[in-house]
Design a binder for this molecule. Sequence first.
Ligand code: GTR
Length: 323
Amino acid sequence: MRNYFKGILCLTLAVGANVGFAQTKLRAWNIHPDGYPVTEAMKSFAGQVAQTTKGKYQIEIFSNATLGDQPKAVQMLKAGEIDIAEFSSGPLSDAVPGIKVLNLPFLFTDSAHMFRHLDGKLGKRFADNLKAAGFVVLGWYDGGGRSFYCVNKPVTDIKDLAGANIRVQQSEIFIEMVKLLDAKPVALPFKDVLGALEQGKVDCAENNIPSYESTGHYKIAKNVYVTNHVISPEALVVSTQLWDKLDKDDKEAFMQAGARSALLMRDLWNKRVALALDITTKQGAQYVKVKNTSTMIRRMAPLYDKFMKDPTTRQELLTIIAQ
Ligand code: GTR
């Protein structure tokens, strides 16, 4: 009898060791801090994958861009050096021209309009383009509406931005947009923006309200010009290298966890926008709403012309404008 129990114990240890051995650790890149909607949604994704696959996949989230800045991380994921990431569609579209229409200024009227397309046929087309380039989309997250904010420079008209040094993401379309406003684009990593605003290396930056708050930019750049000039998505993606190794059930688990995390993220996002507005206003941020976007939209005409002529963006542009 004692030997029988000894046998069971050994078997259990062996199975345990096997489970331990079969466990795959995955690295997930994230630019945001704890508590931010993206981070919390990624945590929920990781938890659900671990649960559904019975611990087969352990996803470790590296927040605050500790694995490298976003343009670098996009390349790392493409090369399979990291497994999972949450990217903003600006830097991502430099690697995947088939999605660059998503960052065209004044294209989407609001996030609901954007998600109507992303959760439908067009989203599938963008996901196909991304997959062909090495990125498998698990969920579309909300990137909100981006607006300008400046240090010592109240902006009440688009002309007030002329000549200003404006920090942009390292992303072609953002650089072009700022040039069309007669301002000077300064491409900087996200983590360097606060210092650049403090040291006067840039006069202004542009972002959504949750990032304006979470980074502390609002403490320095108190003049917000609410343009919502770019309403764009972000995406939770895995590398095709990892994807190709997953079996059918694993893929299903990743997809379902991704879709659920996206719904959670969008909900957390709306709450965070309200909270960030409240915090920043109480700390003295001045919000001036653009009175008439038509002047700014007219300035964007060369970008629209370019995208209409470009076969990689024309069809998507027409579809979004039509509906
Ligand atoms: C944030 C976005 C980040 C990053 C950042 C930036 O809104 O979530 O992924 O793109 O903006 O401006 O660098």
